[in-house]
Design a protein. Sequence first.
Length: 595
Amino acid sequence: MLLSQLAVVVVLLALVTGVFAWMGARAVTDVSETEALATARTLASAPEVREGSTRASREHAAEPDAAITGPLQDLAEDLRQRSGIQFAVITDDRGIRLTHPRPEEIGKRVSTSPESALAGRETVTHGAGTLGETVRAKVPVYSSADDGAVVGEVSVGIHASVLDADLRREFLALGSVAVLALALGVFASLALGRRLRRETLGVGPEELAEMARDQGAVLRGLDDGVLGFSSAGELTLSNSTADELLGGTAGGSDHRHGVVPEEIRRMMAEAPDRGALRRRVSVGGRILLATAVRVSRGGVSVGGVVTLRDETQMLTMARQLESVTSMAQALRAQRHEFANRLHTVLGLVDTGAVEEARGYLATILRTGPIATPVEGIELVSDPYLRALLEAKGTTAAEAGVALSVTPDSLVLGRVGEPEDVTLILGNLIDNAVRAAVRGRAGEEADGAPGAGRGIVSAASGAGAPAAVEVQLLSSGSELHAVVTDTGGGVAPGDAERIFEEGVSGLAGGGLGLDLGPDPGSPAGADAAGPNHGLGLGLALCRRVAQRHGGRVWLLDGRDPDLGGASFAVLLPEVLEGPGDEPGGGPDATTPDDHR
């Protein structure tokens, strides 16, 4: 890298120096030529020169008269000494010298042709003569009679050594500047190289290119969203998955203008130097698991990375699986109980006790196929809802909570979306059971019925058992449900907050706060699943309901009968069969009328 920079500096400097050297030499030469020509013109226009050349040209003597050459020689020598020129030669119209630095050359013809000057033309040439290599200027001398006749020439020369000395001075100055520029270039290259190595943490350009290619391949191949941040907390990169998870606000390739939720930026600021910070965040109807990690290289922080994973679908499937598992367990229990009863009937028939077998079957028809702890379960005919209620009733009974179906419940038709319907009802019933358990535990801890946040209202009576009531009604293809408990209720100010992700009811209990298992209560352990206590249950219920065009909301923070919270559910287009007929039956009502 450094050698490449130095090579570029040297090449550019050599090119610039060469250009300036040529321009300097050309300028020095032009100055010398101009000086020679101006001196020749000045001398040729002198009256003494014109008079002397006119007389010499008129006489055409074999040997110029000393009376003519003497004054001209003195004039030429004085000019030569004052202007620093090499020579100043004056001739007549034949090219015979009238002056010369060497007196013995006077009277001889000049060594270079005078034809151009005698023809009236001024010339500047470089050539060799009796005095060596010179830059010489030749101009015509006109007659003193002012008739325009050319009567001689003036030749002024500057020695090449003078020109060379000027060029050497120019080159010396230019060379000094070039050396200084080279030194500055080397210093700048070294400084730039050190800064680049510091900024790139010692990684060279080839490695940077390879890293960029690898980064692009990795980012495109990841199923998780990736956000890169600088050490100053600014977004520097994001892949397409992150842009999709954040609703197209991360910026994509133009990450500089991306909008990242403030909660994610705050996570990056709070991330530890070692390890990772993980949180669940809600963005645009999605539940995302965000993991923030700081990145350092060589002990220097270079920013951080936040990975995003969509947990909405995973959590939904987990809740659905939990509900389906509960129903399957209930169905297996029913099958086992039904098989036992069939064996009993078969034994009675085999022994000839026909009347006893007939009475036993009649009892089974009146009470249902299996004994269940859910009071009023016979009002529910849909197998999915019945299996869910029976499974939840068994779990609630183990926790000491009585689960019942209200007498005014009526569901006509069959559930067409069993996974989503059982997910919502199962979550609400689980929350209600936990709320009822905590309400009873608080009442016992305070030593008086109804103590501790008004767990059981006066209407429910002192020492009333923990209970959860479920009301189910149909209206055409709509399913309405209300779940009420005897827990501590929900404060009016928390009616919407409890539907936010991360809001947990561990601090106070009450329906819908998505309570985790109470370590001090075996019932709590029985009622809580592995995903409880994360503050996601109600938020998930609301999202699933909204996906069907329905809703889940807090109907009453403190029910006047049971004392706990009451939650309502409306799910359109989830019932099939007889329930498709409008009205659903003469006794069908809406959840708001269940009181």
